[in-house]
Design a protein around this ligand. Structure first.
Ligand code: ATP
Ligand code: MG
Length: 427
């Protein structure tokens, strides 16, 4: 017996029952970014492995353990993108979009791939909606990114369930000084560190701050904080950001341990977190990456961005019962036709109706059937009206218009008047 084919673990089908909420999120996001004057960019899903190794950084979980990499038929190492920033930076450089200090405010949405342990809110194919802005060095844009995400939470009705965590990672020099101090401190407690953190002490010590291990966390309570090492410019930048968030009334919590999983961040980092989804509580994360573009061989170019996890937002909307009921509106009408000539005329009538009323949601009965069975399907479709075309109606060029949700009687409407009549019923 042949084995049943199954999807790959951690890669989900998004079934028709779920796509409306996905579309709702995606269109809400696109509309929001239109409002703020951002342009969409669409990027390949496959890139050369080197892009991510260089961009995200060796020693990060993503590059060391989570990438889907393979050799193509030409023996080149390719990787399914684990995130959107590296590809976006490559694209803007390749097409000269940031040359001469041009500002770019871009957004994207699409699937990302990471070989992680699948669990609620964590998958191997997941989806992000993200923003990247280039050539805006000030705290004003950092504030705008946070402000626009806050607007999205409000539109989605989840504001109460998410909170903002902020930190500044300072300049790379400040981070280097801090790294030394942190390593010196943790070295004294080396034996008490969990295995991952012991390894990171040489490869990527800042990531230890992010450790989920309880004993490591307790050691970190006494550790020096990045804050004490911040350079003056980064401090001023951070103050500028906080002042702007205060001005528009966005609450935040400073989290000195917030370091983010990817290496390219400096200065501002932020996360929107929720306690409604268990362990996978970060729904949106981002920050500033002024050093990344030079790493790719470009001229120094400020960059800042964020990405939100669509699966986690879907879960959050469902958990909070915030999925609007109107996402899958019932059809306005269901057109029943009896016999071959009527079926043909019905198709033509339906097209004319759709021409006149572009917003009409009209289902045409397919596969024939008795009066009873077609009526049953009309009722089940949720339509408010059945349109009925039989031999008699065909001969007289009229159509039966029968309300399905109240007791009003059927009326006969001339074909020429149908669009006019139906127009009153659209909502
Ligand atoms: P985490 O700490 O949860 O692993 P991360 O720091 O690796 O997150 P980012 O690379 O910053 O995540 O990605 C931005 C957002 O994308 C996350 O905040 C989350 O909402 C979502 N995300 C990341 N990885 C996954 C995944 N494997 N499955 C579902 N969503 C994810
Ligand atoms: Mg991760």
């Amino acid at each position: 017996m042949s084995k049943t084919l199954q999807a790959i673990r951690g890669m989900n089908d998004i079934l028709p029952g779920q796509t409306p909420v996905w579309r709702y999120l995606e269109t809400s996001f696109a509309r929001l970014l239109d409002q703020y004057g951002y342009s969409e960019i669409r990027l390949p899903i496959l890139e050369f492995t080197e892009l991510f190794a260089r961009g995200i950084g060796e020693g990060t979980d993503v590059v060391d353990k989570e990438m889907y990499s393979f050799l193509d038929r030409n023996q080149e190492s390719l990787t399914l993108r684990p995130e959107g920033t590296a590809g976006c930076v490559r694209a803007v450089l390749e097409h000269g979009l940031t040359g001469g200090g041009q500002v770019q405010k871009l957004w994207y949405a699409g699937p990302m791939f990471r070989y992680e342990k699948p669990q609620k809110g964590r998958y191997r194919q997941f989806h992000q909606m993200g923003v990247e802005v280039f050539n805006q060095p000030g705290p004003d844009i950092d504030a705008e990114l946070i402000i626009l995400t806050a607007r999205l939470w409000k539109a989605l009705g989840v504001s109460e369930a998410v909170s903002l965590q902020l930190n500044s990672l300072g300049s790379s020099e400040a981070r280097a000084r801090y790294r030394d101090a942190l390593v010196a401190y943790l070295q004294q407690h080396f034996d008490q560190l969990d295995e991952d953190s012991q390894r990171r002490l040489t490869s990527n010590p800042l990531r230890i701050l992010d450790s989920k291990n309880a004993q490591t966390q307790s050691l970190l309570v006494e550790a020096p904080t990045l804050f004490e090492y911040l350079d003056e410019e980064s401090k001023a930048h951070f103050e500028g950001l906080k002042a702007r968030l205060d001005a528009v009334g966005i609450a935040y919590e400073i989290n000195p341990k917030l370091v983010r999983g990817l290496d390219y961040y400096g200065r501002t980092v932020f996360e929107w977190v929720t306690d409604k989804l268990g362990a996978q509580g970060t729904v949106c994360a981002g920050g500033r990456y002024d050093g990344l573009i030079t790493q790719f061989g470009g001229k120094p170019t400020p960059g800042v961005g964020f990405a939100m996890g669509v699966e986690r937002l879907v879960l959050l909307l469902e958990t909070l019962d915030c999925v609007p009921k109107s996402l899958t509106p019932a059809p306005h009408a269901y057109l029943c036709a009896f016999g071959e000539p009527a079926e043909q005329a019905a198709l033509k009538l339906a097209e004319e109706l759709r021409n006149s009323l572009p917003n009409v949601r009209l289902l045409v009965n397919l596969g024939g059937g008795s009066f009873k069975s077609q009526f049953k399907k009309a009722d089940k479709s949720g339509a408010n009206y059945a349109l009925i075309l039989g031999e008699d109606e065909l001969a007289k060029q009229v159509i039966g218009l029968k309300p399905l949700r109240n007791d009003e009687p059927q009326q006969l409407v001339a074909w020429a008047d149908l669009a006019q009549q139906m127009a009153d019923y659209l909502n």
